[in-house]
Design a binder for this molecule. Structure first.
Ligand code: CU
Length: 216
């Protein structure tokens, strides 16, 4: 099937205009074991950009009932997101920090944790689209309590999977990049850096969409 370039470009521009990027700081200048913020309500089509500010952390998707373990360990049809480990010190010498940007493709709750050490048990967890209206017991607070009691903290490498199954669960298409290190306050996010990352991510999204269209 043939699409004219202008039709595709117009469609893609429409998608880009609707996208919102939510920035999540991973750890902080005082090396805390947390995500900031840890409770977000992104819309389908939005992106989450994790900015790794200190230490060596990761972002992995679990489900609510099995915290601190990759979601695909419990359901082989699921494809969980995994940022890989982001060693901030390794890129600090260049004045850059690593980032990982994921696309949000579902409005269902999506549970995330850091698979480093016992960070998950220590509370380094977060949620996208918590829905306590649908199920009051599935709150971030309850997830943190469950995580604290998890017997182990596993990454997808530990279960022999970094790709998961065939069905995406809302967190596919992540991209890694680096941006200039924030200067000043620990929570500071350089607007300039975010702006540049938005365009990089947008183009990454465009390329994958264009590739999908080309396959039609
Ligand atoms: Cu961590």
């Amino acid at each position: 099937m043939q699409f004219s370039t202008s039709v595709i470009a117009t469609a893609l521009l429409g998608l880009v205009a609707a996208q919102k990027v939510h920035v999540v700081s991973v750890s902080s200048a005082n090396k805390s074991l947390a995500f900031y913020p840890d409770n977000l309500k992104p819309a389908v089509g939005d992106m989450i950009q994790f900015q790794f500010l200190a230490g060596n952390h990761s972002v992995v998707q679990s489900n609510f009932d099995n915290p601190c373990t990759p979601i695909q360990q419990h359901d082989s049809t699921q494809k969980g997101m995994f940022s890989g480990y982001m060693n901030v010190a390794a890129s600090a010498a260049t004045g850059m920090i690593p980032t990982y940007t994921m696309n949000v493709t579902t409005d269902k709750p999506l549970w995330l944790y850091c698979s480093q050490g016992k960070h998950c048990q220590a509370g380094m967890v977060m949620v996208l689209n918590e829905n306590t209206a649908a199920n009051a017991s599935r709150s971030l607070a309850a997830f943190k309590e469950l995580s604290a009691k998890a017997p182990q903290n596993l990454d997808p490498f530990a279960i022999g999977s970094t790709t998961g199954g065939a069905t995406p669960t809302g967190a596919v298409g992540g991209t890694t990049s680096t941006i200039p290190s924030p200067t000043g306050s620990a929570s500071g996010t350089p607007a300039q850096a975010l702006g540049s990352m938005v365009s990089v991510s947008a183009w990454t999204g465009l390329l994958s969409i264009a590739a999908a269209l080309a396959m039609l």
